[in-house]
Design a protein around this ligand. Structure first.
Ligand code: PMV
Length: 352
């Protein structure tokens, strides 16, 4: 079933109850795009469909202490702690998120919120926490909605969690369900939507079960150039139209591969998308470059290792210098030995 934006506006009567003081805790996983979302319009609507793997170990866990306001408040009052530290620098983004979702979840105004959030991946490791972070916040809001409106359908709530997460950060729309998600309307993908992500309507081929993702931390800390700047540059990008056609096509191809388990095709497509994303950055106006010398060294080493050992490993990149190395579970031992020999950078091991 396809939901429209209007469907997400709360219209039922409240029949559930919530206490004056209570806590909701939710966690959400990180995700890595295989087909990249790059470019957006209106309020976080993607320029093209994207397909991602959902990670298992890298996640954000957030608890919200809610206290009912004595007087109605126009603005949502909240405080945000990350790993025990009050992080005022995170609050403007969260305030913006609340402003965007208030239309769809007006009940959030009735409470004052204290968030305590932590990531399972190391602090400032360079792994994007905004996707899992906003997905966890969206799940908290949905949990409250479920409590206040217990008659609401769970399929609807699942789609709405993704819809709300999207309003925090685009790729957060895909940080909800395992093992893969699709976000963005595609005429040939049933149920797909720009408003929220969906799961594939088939089981992934067994070769992808427990598929490994070793994240090589080439560059730790804050991103030099935010994804929002990169998304905006796509509006006037000379390759905009051709990229759209490519991404629509690649999304369909990727879903076929996830079903038929052809690893050769998988490797080709994943790397084409990773380098394609960075090629778009390098040819935008102004252009920029996020890969570092170590990124390239690792990419070359992966390609050489794959050729010599007939290994099924490949790399992908998000909007930074870190390298995600993807490979099947049965090649884990040899791949790990290779990776540790290749780089001195810290590596986070995860899987889907
Ligand atoms: O969700 P954002 O605005 O941080 O954009 C994420 C963009 C990429 O990570 C580069 C690609 C993707 O699809 O996740």
């Amino acid at each position: 079933m396809n939901f429209t934006e209007k469907d997400f506006i709360q219209r039922n009567n409240q029949i559930g109850e919530a206490a004056d003081n209570f806590t909701i805790e939710q966690e959400a996983p990180s995700n890595i795009a295989l087909v990249k979302y790059w470019g957006k319009h209106a309020l976080q609507l993607p320029m093209n469909p994207s397909v991602s793997f959902t990670l298992h170990e890298s996640k954000t866990i957030t608890s919200a202490q809610l206290k009912r306001n004595e007087k109605p408040s126009e603005k949502v009052k909240f405080t945000f702690y990350l790993e025990g530290e009050h992080r005022k620098d995170f609050e403007p983004k969260i305030a913006n998120f609340f402003n965007r979702i208030i239309e769809y979840a007006p009940f959030i105004q009735e409470y004052e919120w204290i968030f305590n959030s932590k990531n399972t991946f190391p602090h400032s490791s360079g792994i994007a926490s905004s996707a899992s972070g906003f997905a966890a916040l969206a799940k908290i809001v949905i949990k409250l909605e479920q409590q206040l409106f217990p008659d609401v359908d769970t399929n609807y709530l699942q789609a709405k969690a993704s819809f709300l997460a999207r309003l925090g950060s685009g790729s957060a729309a895909r940080s909800l369900a395992h093992p893969a998600m699709i976000w963005g309307k595609h005429p040939k993908i049933k149920g797909s939507s720009d408003l929220y992500a969906i799961q594939p309507d088939f089981d992934l081929h067994p070769i992808f079960h427990n598929f490994q993702d070793s994240i090589i931390l080439v560059e730790k800390g804050q991103k030099k150039i935010s994804s929002s700047v990169g998304h905006d540059l796509m509006n006037t990008h000379p390759y905009k139209n051709i990229r759209k056609i490519q991404a629509f096509d690649n999304s369909l191809q990727m879903l076929n591969i996830l079903q038929n388990g052809n690893l050769k095709d998988f490797i080709k497509l994943v790397e084409e998308e990773a380098l394609g994303l960075h090629a778009l950055m390098m040819t935008s106006q102004p252009n920029y470059l996020l890969m570092q010398a170590e990124t390239l060294k690792i990419i070359h080493a992966i390609r050489a290792y794959r050729k010599t050992n007939k290994a099924n490993i490949c790399f992908t990149l998000d909007a930074g210098a870190n390298v995600h190395v993807l490979y099947p579970e049965n090649e884990a031992e040899s791949t790990l030995a290779f990776l540790h020999k290749t780089t001195n950078c810290d590596i986070i091991h995860d899987h889907i």
